[in-house]
Ligand binder design. Structure first.
Ligand code: ATP
Length: 234
């Protein structure tokens, strides 16, 4: 489903953001992506959405290769991915339901299907009662739920979450994590970048660690991972 093979990424002025990174992710997996600030997590996610291309090596996502994908095919790939960011990125002048509906409108979903689907998605993320609220009327955790509902609108096979709990307190963080687990249990693969050690310690699942652009850990021994993270300073 996803394969990163010997990928390096060099930015013109800041040097190597990723160095010879290789890993695979199977359908249905939930994988954490960890690393200190500047370790290369966002760069890796940008390579997976093909917003950036590797300097060397290959990224394959859902049958598309970074070697051969054509610019006009990139939007097709993006539609099959759900993307969630730390800062939510909701449209401020649209309500929760309008934000989710927008993702369906742009992919040409028939109007008659949009209303029921938005209602289903907001129910899934526990926000049905706040459908008509604007982003500024919602807490950070609620805004992230809207963003997750929007990311799920086109039934992605993979959800990429870039520090989705970075702006949230412990309680909201845990709730968003549980929501992502539930989404994963329904069949969507999830790759979640985080540096929240508390979440990692509670979870027992696969984790990939980047350090200065290199993949230094890939496994599900959380004790070893947390020790590895603590041993590294940015
Ligand atoms: N568009 C860009 N142009 C030049 N350099 C970049 C660009 N994006 C990232 N970098 C550099 O690449 C390195 C990795 O950055 P990246 O944003 O991938 O790290 P990160 O692990 O996501 O960090 P954070 O947790 O702070 O978001 C950094 O040195 C950064 O300055």
């Amino acid at each position: 489903m996803l394969r990163v093979a010997n990928v390096s990424k060099e930015y013109p002025r800041s040097g190597m953001a990723l160095r010879d990174v290789s890993f695979e992710m199977q359908k249905g997996e939930f994988v954490f992506l960890v690393g200190h600030s500047g370790a290369g997590k966002s760069t890796l996610l940008k390579l997976l959405t093909m917003a950036e291309r590797p300097t060397t090596g290959e990224v394959r996502v859902s049958g598309y290769s970074s070697f051969s994908i054509k610019p006009r095919e990139v939007p097709h790939l993006r539609r099959r991915l759900g993307i969630v960011f730390q800062d939510f990125r909701l449209l401020p002048d649209r309500t929760a339901e309008q934000n989710v509906a927008f993702a369906l409108e742009v992919t040409g979903t028939p109007n008659a299907q949009i209303g029921p689907k938005v209602a289903r998605l907001l129910t899934q993320v526990g926000l049905a009662s706040r459908a008509t609220a604007y982003p500024h009327e919602l807490s950070g955790g609620e805004q992230q739920r809207v963003a997750i509902a929007r990311a799920l609108a086109n039934d992605p096979f993979l959800l990429l979450a870039d520090e989705p709990t970075g702006n949230l307190d412990d309680r909201a963080t845990h709730a968003i994590y549980l929501l992502l687990r539930e989404i994963n249990a329904r069949g969507t693969s999830v790759l979640m970048a985080t540096h929240d050690v508390a979440i990692l310690q509670r979870a027992q699942q696969r984790c990939i660690e980047l350090d200065h652009g290199q993949l230094v850990f890939d496994g599900n021994d959380m004790t070893a991972l947390v020790a590895s993270m603590r041993g590294r300073r940015p």
